[in-house]
Design a protein around this ligand. Sequence first.
Ligand SMILES: *[C@@H]1O[C@H](CO)[C@@H](O)[C@H](O)[C@H]1NC(C)=O
Ligand SMILES: *[C@@H]1O[C@H](CO)[C@@H](O)[C@H](O)[C@H]1NC(C)=O
Ligand SMILES: *[C@@H]1O[C@H](CO)[C@@H](O)[C@H](O)[C@H]1NC(C)=O
Ligand SMILES: *[C@@H]1O[C@H](CO)[C@@H](O)[C@H](O)[C@H]1NC(C)=O
Ligand SMILES: *[C@@H]1O[C@H](CO)[C@@H](O)[C@H](O)[C@H]1NC(C)=O
Ligand SMILES: *[C@@H]1O[C@H](CO)[C@@H](O)[C@H](O)[C@H]1NC(C)=O
Ligand SMILES: *[C@@H]1O[C@H](CO)[C@@H](O)[C@H](O)[C@H]1NC(C)=O
Ligand SMILES: *[C@@H]1O[C@H](CO)[C@@H](O)[C@H](O)[C@H]1NC(C)=O
Ligand SMILES: *[C@@H]1O[C@H](CO)[C@@H](O)[C@H](O)[C@H]1NC(C)=O
Ligand SMILES: *[C@@H]1O[C@H](CO)[C@@H](O)[C@H](O)[C@H]1NC(C)=O
Length: 505
Amino acid sequence: MKGDNSMPALLVFLLLLELHFAFAADEKAFIGINIGMDLSDAPSPTQVVALLKEQKILHIRLFDSDQAMLLALANSGIQVTVSVPNEQLLGIGQSNATAANWVARNIVAHVPATNITAIAVGSEVLTALPNAAPILVSAMKFIHSALVASYLDSKIKVSTPHASSIILDSFPPSQAFFNRTWDPVMVPLLKFLQSTGSYFMLNVYPYYDYMQSNDAIPLDYALFRPLPPNKEAVDANTLLHYTNVFDAVVDASYFAMSYLNFTNVPVIVTESGWPSKGDSTEPDATIENANTYNSNLIRRVLNNTGTPKHPGVAVSTYIYELYNEDSRPGSISEKNWGLFDSNGAPIYTLHLTGSGTVLANDTTNQTFCVAKEGADPKMLQAALDWACGPGKVNCSSLLQGESCYEPDNVVAHANYAFDTYYHKMAMASGTCYFNGVATVTTSDPSHGSCIFPGSGGRNETFTNSTALAPSESSTSHGTPCHFSHTYAWINTLFSSLLFWYAFPL
Ligand SMILES: *[C@@H]1O[C@H](CO)[C@@H](O)[C@H](O)[C@H]1NC(C)=O
Ligand SMILES: *[C@@H]1O[C@H](CO)[C@@H](O)[C@H](O)[C@H]1NC(C)=O
Ligand SMILES: *[C@@H]1O[C@H](CO)[C@@H](O)[C@H](O)[C@H]1NC(C)=O
Ligand SMILES: *[C@@H]1O[C@H](CO)[C@@H](O)[C@H](O)[C@H]1NC(C)=O
Ligand SMILES: *[C@@H]1O[C@H](CO)[C@@H](O)[C@H](O)[C@H]1NC(C)=O
Ligand SMILES: *[C@@H]1O[C@H](CO)[C@@H](O)[C@H](O)[C@H]1NC(C)=O
Ligand SMILES: *[C@@H]1O[C@H](CO)[C@@H](O)[C@H](O)[C@H]1NC(C)=O
Ligand SMILES: *[C@@H]1O[C@H](CO)[C@@H](O)[C@H](O)[C@H]1NC(C)=O
Ligand SMILES: *[C@@H]1O[C@H](CO)[C@@H](O)[C@H](O)[C@H]1NC(C)=O
Ligand SMILES: *[C@@H]1O[C@H](CO)[C@@H](O)[C@H](O)[C@H]1NC(C)=O
């Protein structure tokens, strides 16, 4: 009879645990990828899905609900977050019938063959389309009730991605709060997310935080590179140590939610990445940095590292983005956030250290010697001539008709000759110098059938089986240009950083 009494107590206890740690522990974080299609030479939906399968990408987010794409994704095993574009938001937020129609056409028509797991309603609405803010929660509720009517609400989450700029005083994270202007929206919005078991969707761009910090944020801190312990940022209120910008921003969102008394809404990062190319005003938009950021991000997310506030709690993240979108308006960097070009060739090979079966082959040990960016062409030519002559590099692949002839320019040819020499010399230190016009890189310069010494010759950016891991989804594009974000909070961030402790600048 004792059992009869203890049973309910245990249940209550478990229930409380469940509520409190609704987002803790049990779930494993996944890496997904955003797919924007502003490409002049856009691959077909079938080609997109083929690339996703080849790269073992299991979670994607679309910025719309393109019918052809949803059809191509049918029976692919890929979990999809679709989006209500900002242009359609007003209509949906003002009419239950319009919302129901949208769900019928874009969701009901495609499930279960296409595994739609989330709907992102709008994109950065509070900052990008503030006049739609008053109807944002209605739009989400209307969409949700249409899902309920179709018995899909337990399978498909409804949320809306936010720019991190709505979080003010992000540093220290424990003092962060949402811009109070939006309290009338945020409170019902969080209530909705809580009551439907959905996520807080957040876009996190350490690249912009770093760019706009006037050197107050060290590049290493933005790129998740190790910092000496005395250089880590410490939140004086919580004594939590922050080793990177990403964690600080995610924790700021947890604190901002708890400031409004919401402590059990999990965060999912709907966009994060680093551009691989920029103009002279964006010197840190490089292949190396993009590779470092995304590789470190993937490793961290898949390891379920969590954040200092919630260690071990999954922060699933969608990388921005699959393709370089050359047709996007704006700066050069705006067109270069992708992991692949329109042909599906990787822009760089991620360095993912093997860790169990989930992560890919270790490429961190693969280094290449290439021409330094901006090196004087005359000096490059001289170094190339030396390598293929006195340096005894076999340069026959550079001859017309051979595998590394194209592109026929001094930089490309020097890359090949330098790298061949470097590997011939067993990558010994000092063998990638060439009078200062050469540099070591971890990005495989191989292209097409021109395979560089040191390359495994693989084409995948996620080498072997980077099953971009287990389960759940989110959504949105809309913002025409990342630089349009007002990173007002960043001012606060870096002044506080300076105030707290000095980075070595
Ligand atoms: C869809 O994804 C869910 C995870 O959210 C998974 O449990 C389910 O098996 C998937 N369904 C199909 C048909 O692949
Ligand atoms: C909206 O439509 C759904 C069915 O799609 C219905 O269940 C719900 O009650 C409606 N809500 C309002 C506010 O009319
Ligand atoms: C808060 O949001 C309002 C409305 O978008 C904006 O005008 C204001 O500048 C924001 N406050 C801060 C400190 O960013
Ligand atoms: C949060 O809860 C505390 C204590 O219950 C209360 O004093 C405070 O007003 C609440 N804040 C909000 C924004 O609801
Ligand atoms: C992976 O997680 C463990 C603890 O769970 C931690 O010790 C380790 O440093 C993490 N690795 C990375 C690469 O973050
Ligand atoms: C990298 O390569 C060197 C020599 O090829 C080897 O000694 C070293 O163990 C490798 N490191 C890793 C992490 O694989
Ligand atoms: C140079 O490489 C080519 C193949 O790329 C090979 O056929 C040729 O024999 C090599 N020459 C020497 C001298 O090793
Ligand atoms: C990694 O790649 C190298 C060559 O590219 C291969 O020899 C090795 O077996 C691979 N290892 C794993 C674990 O994939
Ligand atoms: C890499 O991909 C290209 C086409 O995308 C293909 O022609 C080439 O053979 C591939 N190379 C390897 C080593 O798989
Ligand atoms: C690469 O993946 C294939 C199948 O996906 C697997 O058979 C092979 O063992 C993997 N190679 C390594 C080195 O992990």
